[in-house]
Ligand binder design. Structure first.
Ligand SMILES: N[C@@H](CCC(=O)N[C@@H](CS)C(=O)NCC(=O)O)C(=O)O
Length: 320
């Protein structure tokens, strides 16, 4: 896949991704500043100042796409989504401000080099860029969605609070579980480079899906009957499950469709425009199946048949 080492792009990054037992290791994101309402962090929330670089196939970027749409911040935080086949890092047909495409392509590592000329690390989406200070604010999706939720309140639709104060301990707890066993769990299956590492990851993914299935048989959302950030973070993995993870990442004990509660829950979320309009199954499939490390010929499977717009049964739970 490639990464940056001391400000230069290197193609061979295997030694940074796989541990001695053949297990996939996801490094921590490096840019961790925050935008604040009052500007005390050095990054004041202002319309038109921040830009999100995303890719519609990426589940972590999908979190940011959903949060931006839910909070109606489309005109406040601008966005570009990778629209060209990956050359080295994520590739865009348009640049931003004075960063122009070369040979018709703007590559995300150009942005990282501009922000930190000595950067060593992964070049990932989502990345939140400050057009004024010309630097990366943050490249960690869980933090970007919090900023979108709270710091842009002056311009946002504040009808939804993704991280309500009284529910925070419960949200944090389920987020940690979902991240480890589901969001990152599917990657640990798909990118495992030993049978043992794959089998361990596989067992955890399906134990977790069974646990979540039982939880969602008793309540509408992950935290009681209140929609929160925890749901926003689970959805991108579930909506990709049957099209990508089941087949390409070998998470094939069961399909999402085989779980009545989880599949109804996904359709419930999909019925909201912020989820539906940011979910593009064709782009998701093309993005994942282009990864030569796991699919050398790049063939994109035509199936399965998926229809997330079918009716769901989640209205049976009381509203809070
Ligand atoms: N912890 C990061 C992970 C982001 C991430 O790994 N994104 C993937 C795309 S799905 C990426 O850009 N990978 C490129 C790479 O690792 O080189 C977050 O949640 O923002």
């Amino acid at each position: 896949m490639g990464m940056m080492v001391e400000g230069k792009w290197v193609d061979d990054d295997a030694k940074y991704r796989i541990d001695a037992r053949g297990a996939f290791v996801r490094p921590d994101s490096r840019f961790r500043s925050v935008v604040t309402r009052d500007g005390s962090s050095g990054f004041r929330a202002e319309p038109g100042r921040y830009h999100l670089f995303v890719a519609h196939n990426c589940p972590w970027a999908h979190r940011a796409l959903i949060a931006r749409a839910l909070k109606r911040l489309e005109d406040v935080v601008s966005l570009t989504s990778a629209d060209l086949p990956r050359r080295q890092s994520w590739t865009y047909s348009v640049g931003l401000d004075d960063m122009k495409p070369t040979d018709g392509a703007f590559q995300l590592h150009q942005l990282y080099a501009a922000a930190a000329p000595d950067y060593t690390g992964r070049v990932t989406v989502p990345t939140l860029w400050d057009r004024q200070r010309r630097t990366i604010v943050n490249n960690e999706s869980s933090e970007i969605i919090r900023m979108l939720d709270t710091e842009f309140a002056q311009w946002a639709d504040n009808g939804i609070d993704l991280y309500p104060e009284p529910l925070r301990p419960q949200i944090d707890e389920i987020n940690a579980y979902v991240y480890q066993h589901v969001n990152n769990g599917v990657y640990r299956c798909g990118f495992a480079r030993s049978q043992q590492a794959y089998e361990e990851a596989f067992a955890r993914v399906f134990e977790a899906l069974d646990t979540l299935e039982a939880r969602l048989s008793k309540q509408r959302y992950l935290v009681g009957n209140t929609f929160t950030e925890a749901d926003l973070r689970l959805y991108p993995t579930l909506v990709r499950f049957d099209a990508v993870y089941h087949y390409l990442f070998k998470c094939n004990l069961r399909r999402l469709e085989d779980y009545p509660n989880l599949s109804n829950y996904v359709r419930d979320l999909y019925s909201r425009p912020a989820f539906r309009d940011t979910t593009d199954i064709d782009r998701i499939k093309r993005g994942y199946y282009a990864n030569q490390a796991v699919n050398p010929a790049g063939i994109v499977p035509l199936g399965p048949v998926l229809d997330f717009s079918r009716a769901h049964d989640r209205d049976r739970f009381p509203r809070e």
